[in-house]
Write a protein that binds this ligand. Structure first.
Ligand code: PLP
Length: 400
């Protein structure tokens, strides 16, 4: 596993990075500082702070909760270290992270390029809301870097992509993407939610901004919503200023839960990588499974790129059953361990049929057009016993 700037491995950094001790009362753990605002001793104290702030020198304190919180800041420092960034900012959700970052980079008249299997709400934001502000968006197929480069115009400001993507786990060649972006002086934003910094660190490849929905692996327990953006000091300062205006801040309770989740991130992800690989191999050998999508399999179109740029292939496995919509639902209903729910990355194994979850309102033909088949299943592996998970899948796939 990689070393951080301090020369420590990530398994150590998830536990210790960002923590500035001693904490009040010599507590071992990060205190949750629940306050909406902060006090001043007297007017002269206030004036001193305001003067320092005007010059950007007000270190160590702020005057109001939307501008900062020590619990939140400590977790941001940990996340920045894990993503190899110079700074990181937490948000109230992954979507708040994506939208605040993009709004910070774009002006009316700009153009962006986005890959087609990006998170559905990210695409919706780019294609509908940004359009209202005269920001144009070209959608290109994930995995086709020639077409992506061809879509860049003189007013293109950002390339937005994900790696691995949902639900087919397509892996973007980050080295080649950065080369293209540098040729055209365009910024790059990668949603790395499915990888986590344990498996992939886009900033190390020269990507400008990395986004994670902390709702997934970082929190890891399916009990919170949050998002994070990491990148250079200058970009993050700009994004933070816009967060103060747009307002989707992370609250200290949630930040603490993320911190608690992060302590076991490297253990959880290691287990999920290993378990997902075994499950993917098991499924690929099953006659009633038509196709398995997992970057750790040689059969995956991006296996070679994934092997070069990732340290693990993640905990999500997608597969197509030999059967129709109904047969696929019957298989899911026959499972004992996975819970039917959208989301991913937590300790519980979750399963969904995208045709009936994220894409329910579309017709079967419309779904087919965007590549969401009726027989497609997305499995987010938790931390249960791999043997139990495989035995459960086997009994549901081979009904007697
Ligand atoms: C869940 C998810 C998001 C959105 O995050 P929220 O925390 O639900 O707002 C964005 N991108 C990807 C890849 C996701 O899986």
């Amino acid at each position: 596993m990689k070393n951080s700037s301090k020369g420590l491995r990530l398994a150590t950094e998830v536990v210790h990075a960002g923590e500035v001790r001693p904490y009040p009362h010599h507590a071992l753990t990060l205190p949750i500082l629940e306050t909406a605002t902060y006090t001043f001793e007297n007017t002269s104290d206030l004036r001193q702070f305001m003067e320092a702030r005007m010059w950007g020198l007000a270190e160590g304190r702020v005057e109001y909760g939307r501008y900062g919180n020590p619990t939140v800041s400590a977790v941001e420092a940990k996340l920045s270290a894990l993503e190899s960034g110079q700074a990181a900012v937490l948000f109230s959700s992954g979507m708040a992270a994506v939208t605040t970052a993009l709004l910070s980079l774009l002006y009316a008249g700009d153009h962006i390029v986005i890959t087609d299997d990006s998170y559905r709400r990210t695409r919706q934001f780019c294609l509908t809301l940004l359009k209202r502000w005269r920001i144009e968006c070209t959608v290109v197929p994930a995995g086709d870097l020639e077409q992506l480069e061809g879509a860049i115009r003189s007013n293109t400001k950002v390339i937005v992509s994900e790696s691995p993507t949902n639900p087919y786990l397509r892996v973007m060649d980050l080295k080649r993407l950065v080369a293209i972006a540098e040729r055209h002086k365009v910024k790059t934003l990668i949603d790395s939610t499915f990888a986590t910094p344990i498996n992939q660190r886009p900033l190390e490849f020269g990507i400008d901004l990395v986004v994670d929905s902390a709702t997934k692996y970082l929190g890891g327990h399916n009990d919170l919503l949050a998002g994070v953006v990491a990148g250079s000091e200058s970009l993050m300062a700009m994004i933070r200023q816009n967060l103060w205006v747009l307002g989707a801040v992370c609250d200290p309770q949630t930040a603490y839960l993320i911190q608690r989740g992060l302590k076991t991130l490297s253990l959880r992800v290691a287990q999920q990588n290993e378990s997902a690989q075994k499950v993917a191999e098991f499924l690929e050998a099953e006659p009633s499974v038509e196709r398995v999508w997992y970057p750790g399999l040689r059969s995956h179109p991006d296996h070679v790129v994934a092997r070069q740029q990732m340290e693990g292939y993640g905990g999500v496995v997608s597969f197509e059953l030999d059967g129709d919509l109904e047969a696929t639902s019957r298989f899911i209903d026959a499972l004992q361990i996975p819970l039917i729910a959208s989301s991913l990355g937590g300790v519980e194994t979750l399963i969904e049929q995208p045709a009936l979850m994220s894409y329910y309102e579309l017709s079967s033909e419309e779904r087919e057009e965007i590549g969401i088949k009726d027989n497609l299943v997305r499995l987010s592996i938790g931390i249960e016993s791999t043997d139990d998970l495989i035995a459960d899948l086997a009994q549901a796939l081979r009904p007697s």
